[in-house]
Design a protein around this ligand. Structure first.
Ligand code: G3H
Ligand code: ZN
Length: 280
């Protein structure tokens, strides 16, 4: 199955009121776990690399090339997305490397500046056939800041989509990034209103803090792309920690990263079912 356009995965899922899992990659093992997990579920998936992860690696191309190659050899449709990019230069590099979509995150800027910066990125990305997600109503929790009280205004969201031409919109409905407990309280009424008002698929960020049944309800109320990173890192790291605790003699990284990758793949499969992901 070739690398697949993000819109070709997300648009039909939105029409069918189903969820698309968008899971973050830091190491190559994350990409492998996500693809193996999606293949076991028989569902399409989005692999995403954040600007922060790129900063960790020191460059986009090496990790992106590995992620794109992993996507290209998958048995299910896989999109490759640049997540939380604030740099238009990084967006341009991702487009050049073959990413199928980008999230341009100007949500920390005042509304008018967010519109101006996002519209310019959309114009360049669309010229290259690349799908664009943006955010309105900053979802807190990045870099340690918690702001679960932020909310996206439906009328402003519709105006933002019309002025920028974005293909999907990340909205603030009660989540916060990097939560280690799954007890976020979602505003399902607002999700349903946003779904009615906003003409493009909705994206839920900070979904690690959301319990299984609320993830399912979020999809049923109109969320489509569901971003999960921290929770999968908890599963990966938990397996690595147990392995090293039980086998302190290990030095070969494959012997402890392998169990982390296997545990994460199983959780990806389970989450895709929770999200009512379509079958490919
Ligand atoms: O863009 C990525 C996500 O919003 C992931 O957030 O680490 O809280 O699951 P999370
Ligand atoms: Zn996010």
């Amino acid at each position: 199955m070739p690398l697949t356009g993000t819109g070709a995965i997300v648009t039909p899922a939105a029409e069918a009121t189903r969820g698309v899992g968008a899971f973050n990659v830091i190491q190559l093992e994350h990409a492998q776990a996500i693809v193996v997990g999606a293949e076991a579920a028989g569902s399409p998936v989005v692999l995403q690399l954040s600007e922060n992860a790129v900063r960790y690696h020191g460059a986009l191309a090496p990790i992106a090339s590995a992620v794109l190659a992993t996507a290209r050899t998958s048995a299910v449709p896989v999109a490759v997305h640049l997540d939380h990019a604030t740099s238009p230069e990084l967006v341009a590099e991702a487009v050049g490397l073959g990413f199928t979509s980008v999230m341009f995150d100007a949500s920390a800027l005042p509304y008018e500046e967010n519109v101006r910066a996002t519209a310019a990125v959309v114009e360049r990305c669309h010229a290259a056939g690349v799908w664009v997600e943006a955010e309105l109503g900053e979802v807190g929790g990045k870099d340690g800041v918690h702001a679960p009280g932020a909310r996206t205004d439906p009328a402003e969201a519709a105006a933002f989509v019309a002025s920028t031409g974005v293909d999907a919109l990340a909205v603030a409905v009660g989540t916060s990034h990097a939560m280690l407990t799954r007890d976020a309280v979602l505003d399902f009424g607002l999700i349903a209103e946003l779904r009615r008002t906003v003409p493009v698929p909705l994206v839920l960020h900070g979904s690690s803090g959301v319990a299984d049944e609320h993830l399912t309800h979020a999809v049923e109320h109109g969320m489509t792309k569901v971003n999960i990173a921290t929770h999968l890192n908890q599963v990966f790291t938990g397996a690595v920690r147990r392995t090293l605790r039980d086998h302190p003699e290990l030095v070969d990284t494959r012997r402890y990263l392998g169990p982390g990758r296997t545990a994460m793949a199983a959780e990806v499969t389970r989450l895709l079912r929770v999200l009512k992901a379509p079958t490919a």
